[in-house]
Design a protein around this ligand. Structure first.
Ligand SMILES: Nc1ncnc2c1ncn2[C@@H]1O[C@H](COS(=O)(=O)NC(=O)[C@@H](N)CS)[C@@H](O)[C@H]1O
Ligand SMILES: [Zn+2]
Length: 412
């Protein structure tokens, strides 16, 4: 699937400290120690109701990781999927008498536009679940052959499930207790109550064809893949058996990333699948999580259509820490608007304070688990200095502007 076009990223002199991030599995902030090549798999959208501000906040978060790893000189291999076949998509298409393929394409096109406007750098590969079905089916076939996966003895729909005991590590990624996992599975597309499963938590790998549902030929029989295995296959086949970072919003902590790790580790025998599992907090609207089911969505495209500068949207989302559940409010929007205007005034001066201290502070704050509040405050301080006292460093404003662009993705 076509990815989107990239904003230019200014190259800055020098380098900052290694990027340290909170890892859900080890429950600690640890250095991300990628080699020359840094590998990152971030779960993409299910293409309907795209792109709301929750999606935007999560993709901007991982854009910061992408930009920081580049600033540290790594070759970043970033892969993202599109879940262009799944229950929720089929349901939405049915509700709107839409063709599910057309709906997916339309929303994916809008998502690309929104990502470009927010200056989110594109993944190197942007892969749809449908186009990946052959490789997903192949992975499931290997799990069946290894005995880690099994067929339900349901004569009508002998679906294929993954035995969660097959790696001996199930639960390490999310650190949730069993009851909580059962609950989350039930509320996030799982089927813990289905009769015949070895363990209620066993995730679906392959769903045999149901009347009226899209289905694809495979050695497993006509059907379609489960949700989690699509991300395991797409990541493994492009990034290798172990990756530096598997990311998404915190609602993917369980079951999605736990089951993805199960599928990957069961196939490769390598543990952990990802050295960092990174989860971004939920964006709400006036205190309620922004979600498709609640219908309280604020769309990037609507804000853009009403003349809001995407840099304002990005700056507003950066004002809170990425792991904090937070709300989009008018106050947040207005504050970002004023902040961007003030930054623009100072960063376009032809003389101002020197920038090297600011650049060092930006790198240090962002390397500390993406401390964007600290980073924005550092820019505020430089801007105040530039607008209230005389400085005559000819290169200060220009190089500060390049750093704000390269590291925060904000273009003034
Ligand atoms: N309110 C929200 N705040 C922050 N992130 C959100 C919010 N809602 C969804 N997300 C994140 O946005 C990304 C896309 O969400 S999604 O469209 O529902 N799609 C999926 O979760 C799957 N296609 C992942 S394979 C996910 O990382 C999800 O965790
Ligand atoms: Zn995913």
């Amino acid at each position: 699937m076509r990815t989107w076009s990239s904003a230019d990223v200014p190259l800055l002199d020098g380098a900052g400290p290694p990027l340290r991030l909170y890892d859900t599995a080890t429950e600690r902030i640890r250095p991300t120690a990628p080699g020359e090549r840094a590998t990152m798999y971030v779960c993409g959208i299910t293409p309907y109701d795209a792109t709301h501000l929750g999606h935007a906040a999560t993709y901007v978060t991982f854009d910061l990781v992408h930009r920081l790893w580049r600033d540290l000189g790594h070759d970043v291999h970033y892969v993202q999927n599109v879940t262009d076949i799944d229950e929720p998509l089929l349901e939405r298409a049915a509700r709107d008498q839409d063709d599910w393929v057309v709906l997916g394409m339309r929303e994916t096109a809008l998502f690309r536009e929104d990502m470009e406007s927010l200056r989110v750098l594109p993944p190197r590969q942007f892969i749809g679940a449908v186009e990946a079905i052959p490789e997903i089916a192949e992975l499931v076939g290997k799990l069946v052959a290894s005995g880690a996966a099994y067929r339900l003895d349901d004569p009508e729909y002998p679906d294929v499930y993954h035995d969660v005991s097959s790696t001996g590590h199930f639960g390490y990624e999310s650190n949730f207790g069993r009851d909580e996992m059962i609950d989350l599975s039930r509320n996030n597309g799982g089927d813990p109550d289905r009769a015949g499963k070895r363990d209620p938590l066993d995730p679906l790998l392959w769903r045999m064809e149901r009347p009226g549902e899209p289905a694809w030929e495979s050695d497993l029989g006509r059907g379609r893949p489960g949700w989690h295995v699509e991300c395991a296959a797409i990541a493994l086949n492009r990034l290798g058996p172990q990756i530096d970072l598997n990311g998404g919003g915190s609602d993917l902590r369980f079951p999605h990333h736990e089951c993805g790790a199960l599928h990957a580790e069961s196939l490769t025998g390598e543990h952990p699948f990802a050295r960092h599992y990174v989860h971004a907090g939920m964006i709400g609207l006036d205190g309620q999580k922004m979600s498709k089911s609640k219908g309280n969505l604020v769309f990037v495209s609507k804000l853009r259509g009403s003349g809001v500068d995407p840099n304002v949207i990005r700056l507003a989302l950066l004002a809170g820490h990425y792991r904090t559940d937070r709300s989009w409010t008018d106050e947040l929007h207005r504050t970002a608007q004023a902040r961007l205007a003030r930054w623009r005034e100072a960063l376009t001066l032809d003389r101002g304070p020197a920038s090297d201290e600011l650049i060092a502070k930006l790198r240090t704050h962002l390397a500390d688990d993406l401390d964007t509040p600290g980073a924005l405050a550092a820019v505020d301080a430089w801007v105040e200095e530039a607008l209230t006292r005389r400085h005559d460093d000819r290169f200060g404003p220009g190089s500060a502007r390049e750093a704000v662009d390269a590291l925060l993705g904000i273009e003034v």
